[in-house]
Write a protein that binds this ligand. Structure first.
Ligand SMILES: [Mg+2]
Length: 188
């Protein structure tokens, strides 16, 4: 896990797209360091962070790694925060994790990176932002949303292949450009 936090003073909107840390994957996340930073609650994205496309169970190595991290560093909670609308218990149950998914409020679907989505998580966990870390593979949904909620953030490289819509939208290309604007040497 690589730190970017120390070089960043977030002022403009775009600054909030930059994570505090980057990691090559979920298994590269340094939970000892996050604990030292005051993190008590872990939020993890599901798609392409915990699981690859078309894989409908949790990777045993990832499961063991996360359970060990929670135990070792005495984190208060582990949650899956996902925009995926399908039932997620098959991923959350083996981790004893909470599930946070999109919900309807009025006429809108509240999902990442909506501030309401993150605020609801903080309310449920009775936590303040800086006590939480949001770990995910997307600069917009995961990193921007988490940063705006005052959370610590980790951008991980996606597991496996992207979804078709992200290929069409050239999400990764735009994310790379954003990161390189701040850190010219950055490579995904
Ligand atoms: Mg994802």
């Amino acid at each position: 896990m690589k730190a970017y936090r120390h070089v960043l003073q977030r002022k403009n909107k775009e600054d909030f797209f930059i994570p505090d840390f980057t990691a090559t994957g979920i298994l590269d996340v340094d939970f000892a360091r996050l604990k030292k930073n005051g993190v008590r609650h872990i939020l993890v994205d599901l798609d392409l962070t915990l699981r690859k496309k078309r894989i409908y169970s949790l990777d045993p190595e990832i499961k063991a790694f996360l359970l060990e991290a929670v135990k070792t560093f005495d984190f208060k909670s582990l949650s899956i925060a996902s925009n995926n609308m399908t039932p997620l218990r098959r991923y959350a149950n083996p981790l004893n994790a909470n599930i946070f998914q999109p919900y309807i409020s009025g006429l809108i679907l509240v999902r990442k990176p909506n501030a309401l989505f993150y605020q609801r998580i903080l309310n449920r966990l009775k936590a303040s932002g800086h006590e939480c870390v949001m770990i995910g593979d997307k600069l917009r949904g995961d990193v921007y949303g988490g940063n705006m909620a005052g959370m610590q953030t980790v951008l991980v490289e996606p597991r496996g292949n992207d979804y078709w819509y992200d290929r069409i939208l050239r999400t990764r290309h735009r994310e790379l450009k954003t990161m390189q604007k701040y850190f010219p040497d950055y490579e995904a």
